[in-house]
Design a binder for this molecule. Sequence first.
Ligand code: DC
Length: 218
Amino acid sequence: MRVICIDGPAGVGKSSVARRLAEVEGLAYLDSGAMYRAVTLVALRRGVALADADALARVAADLAIHLGADGRVTVDGEDVSPELRSQRVSQAVSHVAKVPAVREVMVRHQRDFARRHLRVVAEGRDMGTVVFPDAELKIYLDADPAERVRRRLGEARPAEEGGEGPESEETLKDRDRIDSTRPVAPLRPAPDAWRLDTTHLTLDEVVARVRARVRSGT
Ligand code: DC
């Protein structure tokens, strides 16, 4: 099995880097955030209270989540990918992701995905610290919060194209706070992670540096 982990805070550009790397290195792309978003979407649809950890755990355990090697997510056969980045999911997802029993189910799915695909780039918050501690390479991307908010602005689809506009600075900061202070699998670099501050780098520059690191085999 060959696993490359990319962890880091919201809006740092992990997905863009991971997708590119998957393409050029011929790896399957594991978008672990999309899995937490899928559970959140279903919980919201069912009217489950975000404070009800047991009910959230039941939602996670009952769902047939399938993650395609291209990052698309289906839940009980329905492709939910277009809804996963909505504001209401972004605002709620960190509350769902902090529930230990939800994480247990997700970690199992993530390891299954890697076993099935064998060559994987895994993106998230705890890929290098918890899910794949023996990964071949662990990368931790960071950037100043203002720059991460700016990147989110660039990604957002305008309202006239059916988008909702960007995730607000407040939501992004809230998510980071909850993700990095939760007791189970908080966002933090693995001790053996290679850390890259991308604040002043373009996406192409980040990808080039990551590829050089992958090539160097460390
Ligand atoms: O990467 P993303 O923004 O799609 O992730 C959405 C949320 O899911 C993030 O705020 C925290 C949670 N998450 C997590 O707890 N662990 C992961 N490995 C990936 C995401």
